[in-house]
Every structure is written in structure tokens, then in C-alpha cells.
Write a protein that binds this ligand. Structure first.
Ligand code: MCN
Ligand code: SMO
Length: 773
């Protein structure tokens, strides 16, 4: 195989996203754009009680409405998701009992959505109310049970480092605080949906779904419905945002597929915004009671964290959400700090609320909120600058690989460096004077900082996991390249970034490559997109496939040129004898020969040029890092927070496309702003969700998101290519830095914010009638 490689042209460059041509012209084809003749549409009757026995479900009038083709209930759509580990059953359509508002009970299949919605109104559900379990504390008390056969506490674990108590008790100072991140969710512009149809000729089933992993989806679907892979094709069209929400498997998908099979008609469901807020997985909803022990310099020796994670009514198939949230949050409790001791207890509980699942960062935002929160707390107690406390606790460059007290091994990163760079960018040196000056005028400025670690591209060796990704590469007879992957992009630009990597390996233009995804009939089996794994693992697979292809091309070229394969280099779209461009063949010529002039091939080579490569990274996880710093002004009259400046210093190893990485950061910070100041899924005492539209669940608008400055540091990972994932870090770092900035601004009022979102009414209540000191 040729070892001589030209300098990369595309890797590391700001290559314009190839996806954007179609997306910006409105040519993206999303789930709801898929219509086929005879397609029926679906509407769900969802529970309007949080906890009740179902006494009677009368669907007669709905069934008789003209245009209604079928009505399904648990009786004629009897699938049940059984959670082996926690011994919980979830009927795909509620049977006997409902456990959260929004749980599907009946499905109407009609000629169109209008009729289906009308029929929904005709269904009579008679409930016998049960007392709901709404707060985490209620759930823990276990006096009322969400699932009668088992305790609400479905998961409990503890972790204590040896010597914790001694270290904790002998420290000169201790402080405590309770940190809360309320219920939030990812809100993709395109809601969830699914369409299913059976091909009458072959009998094969095709399911279109807006999802992050075609293969995982197929695995889950066939398991529940007892189908076989080769009879099921899953297609993911353009996805308008996913954010972890669409990595989950939901009961609606089974109902839609069942209806399509039962009626032998194509059937489609797309959630409306209310359904989306009610029944997409929720996230966060963690309470952390934290105690921290430290010395006079602010060096922290021990942290205790008692956590309750409220997971809602059911574990989501394949993703025990609260365990995920609390697991990541406590697993990275010490973040980038070299704190030697931790004591952690976690209780994950069921409640009569929507199930909790993945949302960008899964536990990372909560964990970072706690981590930066206790650092700020120490500073507050000692009357020190919060930056000083960070400086004395940060893991230093010469300490990598670093084994954290929670048991994670961090590969090299630039923790301290990223913070210093962020401080320089935001002008920390002069800020304190500016802040004092402003305070004299009754203006409250603050800077908050979050130094984050982001576990990315994690792979597990457990059975059932997919610790690899695959890329199929086909050099077509014309010399153009078709690549195919199991990744499931929803805006991350994989079509561009994978093409960049392949183009450089083969010295061709990115425009000569098309990257396909989202179809189990053509994509090689893979894990899909989630856990910020695509650049690292998918990119690794693309590199590997391209290298294999290069080997094949080098072999053909060497044969034709009567040269040694080792001497073949790839440059400007041709394979040539190193340094002798006149002795070479274009890639297109080699491709033509491989398919249609095969007598010229070496004897031991098959015709054609196709490879499939699977990359299983040597590292089980690689840690990205960085620092976000936010400068805010808090208006104590209106309770509004204005973000005056925002900087992000990011280290995700080798960058494939800085522009895409920066786009990821912009988006994550925007979500972080929503998470800190706007977004909260609120349930009332009866378990009714009161935030069922975007008029109540507020998202950041364009004017809420400031311009931000971004810088990159590069500490390569040990995986091929040196990439680290970064798709979640900006939502991990956003909320803590903003929350910390508010605390810093309002320090004269003794305010120390420990709950997000921070709403205007909170700020007003904290400062009203108080005198700044
Ligand atoms: N990248 C790069 N160089 C690196 C690392 C990443 O150029 N060193 C590029 C990648 O090639 C990719 C993007 O940046 O195009 C993000 O890469 P990565 O960190 O590998 O994350 P994934 O592509 O696996 O994306 C998943 C991540 C997750 S887990 C959530 S949740 C999330 C996120 O991405 N959901 C998103 N960002 C999102 N962005 C959009 N637009 N929509 C979502 O649903
Ligand atoms: S929440 Mo992202 O899909 O790991």
C-alpha cells in the first residue's frame, strides 16, 4: 500500500456543506414529504390523566365516522414492550392503566389527518383516577407506586472512594448546595414521525422514520414485532433535527407499522407540536444534593453528591434515561478537576410523567452545572475569585492520562490552557474593574466560566452494542465515488465531512464523492449517530475504507506502470510513480479498467472497486474539552439577562471541518441559552403538563443568541485521524457558564443560582427590596 500521501486539501478546511444546496433551496425531503397513493393517516387518542385505571374505552362512534378505516386499541394491537432489567411492561397502546398524560390509548386510521382528528373527539375514555406520583420526593417515598408490582426506585447505586470520609471530615472547610435542572427536552424543528407500507408483490415492509440510526431502529422494531431483518427496510429521509430525542424507540412506531400491515395500506403519522412536547422523551429532571470539602486555598479534596433522577413513567426501550442522565452527571462529577475523593448515591425513580430519554449531552449539562456550581460555591465561601479556585483544581497537562475519582481515564486535553485562552478572549483581566464601576451605577455585570470535559465516541464491549461504524466505498466506473454509511445525520453535515476525509486519501475532489445514508437496504450495518461518535468512529471508518481503496488502486497502477506498489503516490486525482506525474494514471482511468478493461488487472484481482470497512476505535472513549465564558448584564428591574459577550474555546482534537464544528457550537450554545433562561416542562399537581405549546415552552429566538467568538485548540486523540467528538460539549458548557455569570453578577445581593432555568421572576424575587452590598 502506498505510504506517500499528499498534504490534505480538505481535512481541516472550511469546506462548504454539500447538504446545503438542497436544504437551502427547500429541496430537502423530510418524513412528511413522503406521500404515496392510498396513504392513510393516523391520529392518537392520548391519556389526559396522569394516573388512572381505564374503565372503558368506547370507540364505536369513532369507528363509524365516514373516512375512518380502522381503530386500534390494546385489544387489536396487543404489543407490549417488556423491560427485562426493571421488570416493567409497557403496552404500546395503554391497557388497563395509564401512567402519564400523553400516553397513547387508541389510534385512529383514516383517509386523512382531519378525519382522524375528528374521530379522536368521538372516542369516550372512562378513567378511574389514581393518585399520581409527580415529584421526585413523592416517588422516593414509595407510598404510591407507578407500577404496582415494583418499587418506584428502579435503580440505586453508590460509589465511594477509599478514604472519602476521612478526607471529607478533616478538611478545614465544607459547604453544601442543592442543584436542580428542571425537566427539559430537545425540540427538533421537525417533529417525530413514521410511515409504514408493505410491498404487495414481495411482502417486504418499508418503514420510513425520522431517526438517528436506521439499524438500531430496525433491530428494535423487529424484536418487538417478531419480524426478520431481510423482510424489513428502514429508510430515514432528511431529518430536521434530532438531538437525542430521535435516537429513542417509541411505541407509536409499532402502532403505525401494525396498522400498515393489518390494513395492507401505507400509513403515516407525524406528531404535532403538542404531541411532541407531551410524548417525546423528556430529559434532565435531576436533583443533586452536594457537599464539598476544601482547604484555605480552595483546593477541593472531596465531593459528595446524592442524586435523584426522575425518569417518568417507563424506561425507554434501549435507553434507561434517568440512569443515563444521572450516570453521566455523576460519572463526571469531578469534571476537569483533580479532586481525589467522591461519594455518590443515585436513586432513579418512576413518576407519572413522560419517560426520560436522551437529549444532547445526556447528563453532561447537569453534571457540568453541578461541577461548576460547587467550584463557585467554594469561591463564594472563601471570598476568592472563582477563576482562582478553578486554577488550583484543574488537571494540568503533565497529568494525562488522568484517572478521575469517578473512575474515568481522561486522555490528554488542554483543560487549563483552554480556560486561560477563554479568559484572555473575554478580557478577564480588566473585567473586575469594569464590574465594580458598573455596580456603582446600579448595573450588574457578571462573568461565568465552564471548563468542560465531553466524553465522546464511547464504545462498549457489551453484547448488543455496536462499538464500530462502517463505510462502504464504491469507485464507480466513471471514477466518481459513492460512499454509504450507517450514520444518521440530522444536521451535523456528515455528507461533507466524510467526503473530505475520503477525498484526501484518494486525492480527488470532494465534489466527486456522494455520501449516502439512511437506508438499511444499502447502508452497511452500523450504530448511527449519537454520543458524538460520528467524526471519530464514522470518520475512522471512512479513512479506513479510503485507505483500502487506495491500496487497490495503487496495486492496479503499479501493475500498469510496472512499478513497485510502495512507490505509487496519489496526487491531483492520479496514482503516479512518486515525483513523476508523467508516469501515472488518473483515478477515473483506473476505475474504467477495473470494471470494463479487466484483462489489464493484476491476475489476483477481482474486477470492480468496492470496499466495506468497519472501524472499531482502540479507545473506549475520548474526551474533548474546552472552556466557555459568558459575560452578562442582569437587569434587576425586569429580571432579564443580556448576554454581552460569549467565547468558546474548544478542543476536539484534529478538526475535519472547523466551520461545521463552529456551527455545532453555535447550536449548542443556543440550546444552552434556552436551557438556562427559558425552557421548562412544567407539570401541575395533577400531573398535567402545562407547557404544551411553544408559547409556554419557550425556545431561544435569534435575538436571544449573541454573536460568539470561537477558538480551537488541538490535542489529538489516539484514534485514527486524531479526532474527538464535539457534538454535545457546547450544550454541556453553555448552561453552567451562563448560570455562573448570573450568580457572579448578583453576588452583591447574596444570590447564588443553583436551579435552571433561571426565570425573570426568580431574579426579581432574589433582588427585590434588597440592598446590594
Ligand atoms: N467534526 C469535525 N471535527 C471533529 C469533530 C467533529 O469536523 N474533530 C464534525 C463532524 O464531522 C460532524 C460534526 O462535527 O460533522 C459533529 O461531529 P461529532 O462530534 O462526531 O458528533 P455526531 O456527528 O455524532 O453528532 C451527534 C451529536 C449529538 S450526540 C447530538 S444529540 C446532536 C449534535 O450532534 N444533535 C444534533 N448536534 C446536532 N446538530 C444538529 N444540527 N442536529 C442535531 O439533532
Ligand atoms: S443525545 Mo446525542 O443523540 O448522544
Amino acid at each position: 500500500m502506498s505510504r506517500l500521501l499528499a498534504k490534505p486539501r480538505f481535512t481541516g478546511a472550511r469546506v462548504t456543506r454539500m447538504e446545503d444546496d438542497r436544504l437551502l433551496k427547500g429541496q430537502g425531503r423530510y418524513l412528511d414529504d413522503i406521500t404515496v397513493p392510498g396513504m392513510l393517516e393516523i391520529a392518537f387518542v392520548r391519556s389526559n390523566r396522569s394516573a388512572a385505571k381505564l374503565v372503558e374505552v368506547d370507540v364505536e362512534a369513532a369507528r363509524n365516522l365516514p373516512g375512518v378505516m380502522a381503530v386500534f386499541t390494546a385489544q387489536n394491537c396487543p404489543y407490549v414492550l417488556h423491560d427485562e432489567k426493571y421488570q416493567v411492561d409497557q403496552s404500546v397502546l395503554a391497557k388497563d392503566e395509564v401512567r402519564y398524560v400523553g400516553e397513547p390509548i387508541v389510534v385512529i386510521v383514516a383517509e386523512n389527518r382531519y378525519i382522524a382528528e375528528d374521530a379522536v373527539e368521538l372516542v369516550r375514555v372512562q378513567y378511574d383516577a389514581l393518585p399520581p406520583v409527580i415529584t421526585a420526593k413523592d416517588a422516593l417515598a414509595d407510598t404510591r407506586r407507578v407500577h404496582s408490582q415494583r418499587s418506584n426506585v428502579f435503580e440505586h447505586w453508590e460509589q465511594v472512594t477509599d478514604g472519602f470520609e476521612e478526607a471529607f471530615n478533616s478538611a478545614p472547610h465544607r459547604a453544601h448546595a442543592t442543584f436542580v435542572t428542571h425537566r427539559q427536552t430537545g425540540v427538533p424543528m421537525e417533529t417525530r414521525g413514521c410511515a409504514a407500507m408493505v410491498d404487495p408483490a414481495s411482502g417486504r415492509l418499508t418503514v420510513y422514520v425520522s431517526h438517528q440510526s436506521v439499524h438500531q431502529f430496525r433491530t428494535d422494531l423487529i424484536k418487538v414485532m417478531n419480524l426478520d431483518e431481510h423482510q424489513v427496510r428502514v429508510v430515514v429521509p432528511e431529518v430536521g433535527g434530532a438531538f437525542g430525542i430521535k435516537a429513542m424507540f417509541y411505541t407509536e412506531y409499532i402502532v403505525v407499522t401494525h396498522a400498515a400491515k393489518a390494513l395492507a395500506r401505507p400509513v403515516k403519522w407525524i406528531g404535532d407540536r403538542t404531541e411532541s412536547l407531551l410524548a417525546d422523551c423528556h430529559a434532565r429532571d435531576n436533583i443533586h444534593e452536594v457537599e464539598v470539602a476544601f482547604d484555605d486555598d480552595g483546593v477541593i479534596c472531596a465531593v459528595r453528591d446524592n442524586v435523584i433522577g426522575d425518569t417518568g413513567a417507563y424506561p425507554i426501550l434501549g435507553f434507561p434515561g434517568a440512569v443515563g442522565e444521572a450516570g453521566w452527571a455523576t460519572g463526571h462529577l469531578t469534571g476537569p478537576y483533580k479532586i481525589p475523593h467522591v461519594a455518590i448515591t443515585v436513586d432513579c425513580v418512576f413518576s407519572n410523567k413522560a419517560p426520560v430519554g436522551a437529549y444532547r449531552g445526556v447528563g453532561g449539562p447537569v453534571g457540568a452545572q453541578v461541577q461548576e456550581g460547587y467550584i463557585d460555591l467554594v469561591a463564594r465561601k472563601l471570598g476568592k475569585d472563582p477563576i482562582e479556585v478553578r486554577r488550583v483544581n484543574l488537571i494540568q497537562k503533565d497529568q494525562f492520562p488522568f484517572l478521575s475519582a469517578t473512575g474515568n481515564t481522561y486522555d490528554p486535553g488542554s483543560y487549563a490552557e483552554s480556560m486561560e485562552e477563554a479568559l484572555r478572549l473575554i478580557g478577564y483581566d480588566t473585567f473586575r474593574d469594569e464590574q465594580l464601576e458598573a455596580r456603582k451605577q446600579g448595573r450588574y455585570l457578571g462573568i461565568g466560566v465552564c471548563v468542560f470535559v465531553e466524553p465522546s465516541a464511547g464504545v462498549s464491549s457489551e453484547a448488543g452494542s455496536t462499538p464500530y461504524e462502517a463505510v462502504t466505498l464504491r469507485l464507480e466506473p466513471s471514477g466518481k465515488i459513492t460512499a454509504s454509511t450507517g450514520l444518521g445525520p440530522s444536521g451535523q453535515g456528515h455528507e461533507t465531512t466524510l467526503a473530505q476525509l475520503i477525498a484526501d486519501e484518494l486525492s480527488v475532489d470532494v465534489g466527486d464523492i456522494v455520501v449516502l445514508h439512511g437506508d438499511t437496504d444499502s447502508a452497511p450495518f452500523g450504530g448511527g449517530t449519537g454520543g458524538s461518535r460520528s467524526a471519530t468512529i464514522g470518520g475512522g471508518a471512512a479513512l479506513k475504507a479510503a485507505k483500502e481503496m487506495r491500496g487497490k488502486l495503487a496495486k492496479i497502477a503499479a501493475h500498469l506502470l510496472e512499478a513497485s506498489q510502495e512507490d505509487i503516490e496519489f496526487k491531483d486525482g492520479q496514482a503516479q510513480v512518486a515525483g513523476v506525474p508523467s508516469r501515472g494514471h488518473s483515478i477515473a482511468e483506473l476505475a474504467r479498467i477495473a470494471y470494463t478493461d479487466v484483462s489489464k488487472l493484476p491476475d489476483d484481482m477481482q474486477p470492480g472497486l468496492e470496499v466495506v470497512s468497519r472501524y472499531r476505535p482502540p479507545m473506549s472513549v475520548t474526551y474533548s474539552n474546552g472552556t466557555h465564558a459568558a459575560k452578562v448584564e442582569v437587569d434587576i428591574q425586569t429580571g432579564l439577562v443580556k448576554i454581552l459577550d460569549y467565547v468558546a474555546v474548544n478542543d476536539c482534537g484534529v478538526l475535519i471541518n472547523p466551520m461545521i464544528v463552529e456551527g455545532q457550537i453555535h447550536g449548542g450554545v443556543a440550546q444552552g441559552i434556552g436551557s438556562t433562561f427559558l425552557e421548562e416542562l412544567r407539570y401541575d399537581d395533577a400531573g398535567q403538563l402545562t407547557t404544551t405549546s411553544l408559547a409556554e415552552y419557550l425556545l431561544p429566538a435569534m435575538t436571544d443568541v449573541p454573536r460568539m467568538r470561537i477558538e480551537h485548540l488541538v490535542t489529538p486523540s489516539g484514534n485514527d485521524g486524531g479526532f474527538k467528538g464535539m457534538g454535545e460539549g457546547s450544550l454541556i458548557a453553555g448552561p453552567p457558564s451562563l448560570c455562573s455569570a448570573v450568580s457572579n453578577a448578583l453576588e452583591p445581593f447574596g444570590v447564588f443560582a443553583t436551579e435552571i432555568p433561571i426565570l425573570p421572576q426568580h431574579i426579581i424575587a432574589w433582588t427585590k427590596d434588597k440592598v446590594a452590598v
